[in-house]
Design a protein around this ligand. Structure first.
Ligand SMILES: Cc1cc2nc3c(=O)[nH]c(=O)nc-3n(C[C@H](O)[C@H](O)[C@H](O)COP(=O)(O)OP(=O)(O)OC[C@H]3O[C@@H](n4cnc5c(N)ncnc54)[C@H](O)[C@@H]3O)c2cc1C
Length: 393
């Protein structure tokens, strides 16, 4: 059996690993990034922890899997009639799995694409860190305000970790008597709007304890070199970090004639995650109830791989069912909120759940020994000077 997978993220890598267990199956994994990115810890890498916890070379993950061929390319189109996909070259497929993830969107807010930093890729993190180092190191100032837009998990996690990191930088550069102000701006009436009200209140209390200002019910209207306009009021800042707004991978819009979409632009799939004959769409791209989570992409990858193996072995295929492992949001050192159904744990117990989730998450992709090493890399904070700080952008 030959399977082509596009996307070397949670869904694509997990599907390839599962299929690779079958010696009669040959997998071609096409992806546009040489690294697998572990998004849940990007906030931590952005605030000085070892990058090993956040990205792992794809070649390393598949080093022992001779039946997985890795190709680096960005796929831009599909021709289902000819069963081909095209990037810099055209590739034939018999069965295709698409797991292309999400991209940032600024909802058309003026100036954000130019003035906001992001933490959704290696490059974005390096750019943000260079900015922070340059401000304090070269200009000798801390910013008037470090503004994080978005009070979802990523914004809250970052807000919880940023203060400690900036404080270390401030001491490192000998900037005395300069106070650090961090503000989170959220359009919804509460933080973590997809979690319970109790979780939102706990997050608010925790952030306030860490000295973070929280502005809910506030709309960002524009960004400029001077700062932000938020619900009619200016906020002076040179450091705007956008953690809000994700949209489906642009590939689908570019090939819209071949897919059906839900109102949020996710691809409609059947009970087997199939979007059209022999084309499976999984992870963030698929219109499933828990789409948008790493655990869902992993679950989808395993499901589709097993489904294809069931078809190959003439077994009766099972229908897709969602799997909810809960959500855990770390806020500062040794403190997290874990929530699943009616269960909620906060503080050190929540932090324990987060550590467990990260070890399991890394182990989904790596053998246990490497997964623990990768997780431990993130537990060692270091004041890392961005390597190419002197390079001009
Ligand atoms: C900052 C951040 C923090 C997050 N934290 C959490 C968390 O704590 N818990 C949680 O459950 N989820 C979290 N998520 C969500 C989670 O990371 C995603 O749901 C998950 O990555 C989805 O997996 P995927 O396989 O669909 O896409 P991805 O993991 O994004 O993989 C997509 C892959 O496709 C590649 N690709 C894209 N387009 C093309 C193309 N045209 N051609 C070839 N290759 C292409 C990309 O380079 C990437 O390798 C977070 C997301 C972000 C951005």
């Amino acid at each position: 059996m030959n399977i082509t997978i596009v996307g070397g993220g949670f869904g694509g890598v997990k599907a390839a690993l599962e299929l690779a267990k079958d010696n009669d199956t040959k997998v071609t994994l096409i992806t546009n990034n040489k690294n697998f990115v572990y998004y849940p810890s990007l906030y931590s890498t952005a605030t000085g922890h070892d990058h090993k916890e956040s990205w792992v070379p794809i070649e390393f993950i598949f080093r022992d899997h001779a039946n997985v061929k890795i190709t680096y390319d960005a796929i831009t189109s599909i021709d289902p009639a000819k069963k081909t996909i095209t990037g810099s070259k055209t590739y034939k497929y018999t069965k295709l799995i698409l797991s292309l993830g999400s991209v940032t969107t600024y909802f058309g807010i003026e100036g954000l694409d130019h003035y906001a930093f992001g933490i959704k890729s290696e490059q974005e993190i390096r750019t943000l860190q260079k900015h922070l180092f340059r401000q304090m190191g070269d200009e000798g100032v801390v910013d008037k305000n470090y503004v994080i837009i978005g009070g979802g998990p990523t914004g809250v996690e970052l807000a919880g970790a940023l203060g400690q990191y900036l404080e270390k930088l401030r001491v490192f550069f000998g900037l005395r008597d300069q106070k650090i102000h961090i503000t989170v701006v959220e359009a919804n009436p509460r933080l973590l709007p997809r979690m319970s009200k109790q979780a939102s209140s706990a997050a608010l209390k925790r952030l306030r304890k860490l000295g973070v200002r929280v502005e809910t019910n506030k709309m960002v209207q524009s960004a400029s070199a001077k700062g932000l306009m938020v619900s009619g009021k200016p906020i002076e800042t040179q450091t705007i970090i956008w953690t809000s707004g994700v949209a489906n991978a642009p590939f689908f819009k570019q090939n819209a004639q071949h897919f059906n979409f839900n109102p949020r632009g996710k691809v409609v799939v059947d009970d087997y995650l199939q979007a059209r004959p022999d084309v499976f769409v999984i992870g963030d791209n698929a219109d499933t109830p828990l789409s948008g989570l790493a655990q869902t992409a992993i679950h989808d990858g395993v499901f589709v791989a097993r489904h294809l193996l069931q078809l190959k072995n003439n077994e009766k295929p099972k229908k897709y069912k969602t799997k909810n492992l809960g959500v855990v949001v770390p806020i500062g050192y040794n403190w997290s909120i874990y929530e699943r159904g009616g269960i909620r744990l906060t503080g050190a117990l929540g932090a324990f759940m987060r550590d467990a989730a990260d070890i399991v998450g890394h182990h989904d992709i790596l053998p246990m020994g490497h997964a623990i090493d990768t997780w431990r890399a993130g537990t060692r904070p270091r004041l890392r000077i961005p390597e190419d700080l002197s390079a001009t952008e």
